[in-house]
Ligand binder design. Structure first.
Ligand code: DHB
Length: 391
């Protein structure tokens, strides 16, 4: 078969790109290795920037988000046993919305299918060919085991951090040294419990960082800093709750226990692939860059990438003007790097660094104190957390 844009990956980046292209009258086909059920159920991120919310609402996929998401007008930084609020509304007049990534996927999939979109789930062996020519094509195996071919004019690699499309950008051109690891990881839980707090709490404690988040009135999402080599088998439910209490409880905050029904360990990495283009192949979202989770920038950055990519593809496909398409990397990288800095900063400022000297620990306490007591400091956090406007 033939289409204008072949998209590899049906996560937020690929689905939103397909949706935005459709609104511009451009056809696309999305190929996805996983099943629809899997994509609609896998627990991932949960915080949408104001930009992401506005884009979803403006493009007609925001109804359920508006009805079921929770708008948050601030977050709390907790240290020294006390909370310090970053008031997004007062500081920058913006907000974030807690709405899980798999719900975003559901809304985008439903809308693409209602609009006659073509998403092919459960495919395997996806390979991109001739992306340096203006007749690229993909080969893949369909769920019945039959080999297939998809011809396109442009190809988008939206296949996440375990991307295969990134590998098509050859060594001399691609920078692979924009990479950083961290001496910590997160143990994330989902629990049937009442909300512990009206707003998210980012808690720095000598026992390690803790994050109090939420999903719904009855389902809570919390995280604990753990060693990257730790094993989930070491973490009984009792140990998790007692550690959450130890790190978070204090003046004005108390963790509310419940039944844990999901727990796993997430690794921390920072990575930027540069360039994000090779011929007629364009990378977006985690295929191009990874941020550590603190500050919840990953999904939002993916949406910001495809917002630019859709417009640039349109200028080329509708008017033959390649300037913006070939400037894609340069156009999106400054935001990618700002998000890298923010995610690194939030991670560094709030976590316990194994092996830190007493001086470094005090310096870190002073950094949080300086940032939270200054209106300028809180405003910088609020601007970055709620996100830089897309245009
Ligand atoms: C969540 C994840 C984050 O990385 C974050 O900074 C805030 C919230 C979450 O999954 O709810």
């Amino acid at each position: 078969s033939r289409t204008q844009v072949a998209i590899v990956g049906a996560g937020p980046a690929g689905l939103m790109l397909s949706h935005l292209l459709h609104l511009r009258g451009i056809e696309s086909v999305v190929l996805e290795a996983r099943s629809r059920e899997d994509i609609e159920a896998t627990i991932r991120a949960g915080v949408l920037e104001q930009n992401t919310v506005d884009l979803m609402v403006e493009t007609g996929v925001g109804d359920r988000l508006k009805a079921e998401g929770y708008e948050h007008h601030g977050v709390e930084f907790r240290f020294g046993g006390r909370g310090h609020r970053i008031a997004f509304d007062e500081l920058v007049g913006r907000a974030v919305t807690v709405y899980p990534q798999h719900e975003v996927n559901k809304d985008l999939i439903a809308r693409r299918l209602a609009d006659g979109g073509d998403i092919r789930f459960g495919v395997s062996d996806v390979q991109v060919h001739d992306h340096l020519t203006d007749r690229p094509y993909l080969t893949y195996t369909d769920p019945q085991g039959n080999p297939q071919r998809l011809d396109a004019r442009l190809v988008a690699g939206c296949d996440g951090s375990r991307t295969s499309t990134r590998g098509l950008i050859p060594e001399p051109q691609i920078r692979t040294d924009h990479f950083r690891q961290y001496p910590f990881a997160w143990l994330g839980i989902l629990a049937e419990a009442p909300r512990s707090s009206e707003e998210l709490i980012y808690a720095r404690h000598e026992r390690g960082f803790a994050l109090v988040s939420t999903r719904t009135a009855d389902v809570q999402r919390h995280y604990l800093q753990v060693d990257p080599d730790d094993d989930i088998a070491n973490w009984s439910d009792d140990r998790i709750w007692s550690e959450l209490h130890a790190r978070v409880d204090g003046e004005g905050a108390e963790i509310k226990d419940g039944r844990i029904f999901e727990k796993s360990i997430l690794q921390f990495r920072s990575f930027v692939c540069e360039p994000m283009q090779h011929g007629n192949l364009f990378l977006a979202g985690d295929a191009a860059h990874t941020v550590p989770p603190t500050g919840a920038k990953g999904l939002n950055l993916a949406v910001a990438d495809v917002f630019v990519l859709a417009r640039s593809m349109d200028e080329y496909l509708a008017r033959g003007d390649r300037a913006r398409l070939d400037g894609y990397t340069e156009e999106v990288l400054p935001r990618v790097w700002r998000a890298q800095h923010f995610s690194w900063w939030m991670s560094s400022m709030l976590h316990t660094h194994p092996g830190n000297s007493p001086f470094d620990n005090k310096r870190q306490d002073a950094e949080l104190d300086a940032v939270t007591r200054s209106v300028a400091g809180r405003t910088l956090i609020a601007e970055q957390y709620t996100g830089w406007p897309l245009v």
